[in-house]
Design a protein around this ligand. Sequence first.
Ligand SMILES: Cc1ncc(COP(=O)(O)O)c(C=O)c1O
Length: 492
Amino acid sequence: MKRVASAILPIIAIDRKASKALHRQIYDSYRAAIVDGRLRPGQRIPSTRVLASEIGVSRFPVLNAYAQLLAEGYFESRVGAGTVVSKSLPEQLTSSEPPDTPRSATRSGTRAVAKRAPILPGIEAMPWMLNWGAFRVGQVAFDQFPLHIWSVLVTRRCRGMDAQSAHYGNLMGSVALREAIANYVKIARSVRCEAEQVMIVNGSQQALEIATRALLDSGSRVWVEEPGYRLARDVFAMNGCHLVPVPVDAEGLDVAAGIKKCRKAQAVFVTPSHQFPLGVTMSASRRLQLVDWAQHSGSWIIEDDYDSEYRYESLPIASLQGLDANSRVIYAGTFSKVLFPSLRLGYLVIPPDLVDRFHMCRRVMDLGPPTFTQEVLADFIEEGHFARHIRRMRVLYGELRRVLVDKLTQDLGSMVEVVGDEAGMHLAVMLQNGHCDIEVAKRAVRQNLSLWPLSPSYLGEARQGLILGFGATTMKEIPGAVRRLRNLLTTK
Ligand SMILES: Cc1ncc(COP(=O)(O)O)c(C=O)c1O
């Protein structure tokens, strides 16, 4: 029920049912009235007793609100003269608009913003990103995650918390997690690494930002895969780098084409184990060519190894970092695919001579990753749950991919061409019949399908296709979802 102190000033709106405290409501009403110009400097304010009785509340909240307004300089009070709106408030900084004028949506004055910050398309322009239907890219089968074990580890760590663990942690990340990761990537990914080189980050996205700040300048030329991972491109572009799109074919990044376009680039960004979005694996000869080019041109290789744990026809492919004897590779890994993305934990393996530089760049971005989650994750890895989870998920995702490819081949036939290796949690299909992928993706949302169009992954001339995630799409859902996709492709 709203009551208004109409006999004094028509500004104090009190709502007793609101969750906001009464003193805060009184304070906010006065402050808004002063900033809007409804109360002018020097204007008298009723006493706390009068206002309390007028709006029907006890004096305590009114006293509290007045004390705050006096402390912040909105009110002033003099003995014998009562309380007034502070006379020192500059008239021109309080609005003279009549009280009921709605606030203008535009603002006056120069509003200069950074020139290099590109205008990225808003999420509304990409309705597939907001849809939770079948084939959503990047979504994991969370119902298979051993939440009961995770909860036990969380509770145990929580009980053991003390003042030291509540303080800032190590800027490079918790020692236990860095050691667990170093052991894991050495064995599972053939990465050359000691725990001192591992930096825990807030996902590979932050890894890229730190690497860019540590290694590149505005104007630096960076090879990026064409088509490639848009969120990586955005990091380089935001930092003023000049992007050089290098084509990807069945063997991965075409190194010779890159050299022809721009021999002297400061860095290259690659996803060699499972190219995003086409899903191809970089051949051994291309890997050797890339490492050789980097050594001769003094370039850095930024390797994004985001889902290489999942390979279904062979053992996981060894990392590019492990091939390089000259410490030119900055290796980024993430737990977003192997565990779940909201964990926001990933890692960098940094060449030993660059660790201090990366450390400094990270310090200006945040003061380290959250200690608690890192400790829980270190326990999860050390106690064997991580390796067990990966083994189980490899079987499940492999099966999902097989069923999906069979269904696509059966139901869509020559309408699409499935590309990429048997790996990861997504695959790409090329559209054959002159369809526009963005249009298809928009229409798909109405069919409860979350399809990413392929064309925005290109910087130059684009091919039309769709990226389909299968991590969280169940066996049962696949036949119906593929049927809906066929209907979309047979109607325009
Ligand atoms: C190519 C690529 N790299 C990295 C990631 C993961 O990023 P993050 O670790 O920041 O969640 C993704 C997620 O979809 C990806 O597609």
